[in-house]
Design a protein around this ligand. Sequence first.
Ligand SMILES: NC(=O)c1ccc[n+]([C@@H]2O[C@H](COP(=O)([O-])OP(=O)(O)OC[C@H]3O[C@@H](n4cnc5c(N)ncnc54)[C@H](OP(=O)(O)O)[C@@H]3O)[C@@H](O)[C@H]2O)c1
Length: 298
Amino acid sequence: MVGSALVRRLRQAGHANILTADRQALDLLDQKVVADFLGREKPEYAVDAAAKVGGIKANDELSADFIYENLTIQNNIIHSAYISGVKKLLFLGSSCIYPRDCPQPIKEEYLLTGPLEKTNEAYALAKIAGIMLCRMYRKQHGCDFISAMPTNLYGPNDNYHPEHSHVIPGLIRRFHEAKINKAPEVVCWGSGSPRREFLHVADLADACYYLLQNYSGAEQINVGSGADLTVKELAGIVAKTVGYAGGILWDTARPDGAQRKLLDVSKLTAMGWTYKIDLETGLRQTYQDFLDNKNIRE
Ligand SMILES: NC(=O)c1ccc[n+]([C@@H]2O[C@H](COP(=O)([O-])OP(=O)(O)OC[C@H]3O[C@@H](n4cnc5c(N)ncnc54)[C@H](OP(=O)(O)O)[C@@H]3O)[C@@H](O)[C@H]2O)c1
């Protein structure tokens, strides 16, 4: 999702020399393959938009895969970027890196000030290690490697797996299927009470492009909209967007995750960047993309 949005943003800005590689062409878990690729291609700029990504269930059930694959992918990319002389690298983390109970909105300086949320601990630990890799390669080798921490993302090319997706694609799929099947009610996971922040992936791609041009520092930078809503409120908006008019039940046996995760985006705002796509507009576009895309990703 992020990789394709970045390519669209870079093309829009007139960049023609964009190098991408999918898993078949470049297995990022293979150190030698990554070293050979970066050594051969010698890109000037690099963005690590590859990771093992998933919702609360996937994170919890596949925690060994989440920590191993994410650590390995970022180790391979960041070290080989240094060896091959990449001029600037952007590492993408996530808002889950911050302590579960930290004050809201979450400032960058709260990193490593308390225990993590258990349901995504493996993913968060790997991402924290990625931030530290960028910082240490900057400190020891002078590499201009930066990190951005996006909030929850949504948009074209999302993953609509029935169990392993994030909340927005999960709700879109459930409500869409309920509408088609004329189901009287839909069961959603958790209590609906946690508050979450969302950003359209096109806005994230724009922020990444902005940071690559305007930021060179060790500290990770939060990227979000600065506003949140409850999962229940979100479900209401998604149901309306999809055109599902039935009931919504909440399965409280499913975990909620952290109660609130709102990023403080004042650093990025002070640098001159703010998001443009509001949630209602972004959801309408995303649902249209879901409908247009016959082979939705799972
Ligand atoms: N989605 C969000 O809400 C969100 C929020 C905050 C941060 N982020 C971060 O943003 C970045 C991109 O996430 P995304 O949502 O775009 O996820 P995504 O759509 O799942 O994209 C991740 C990409 O990484 C590739 N990949 C994974 N393992 C690989 C390997 N061993 N070799 C080569 N490619 C591999 C995947 O390939 P396959 O398709 O072949 O698996 C996929 O194309 C990640 O770092 C993620 O942590 C995402």
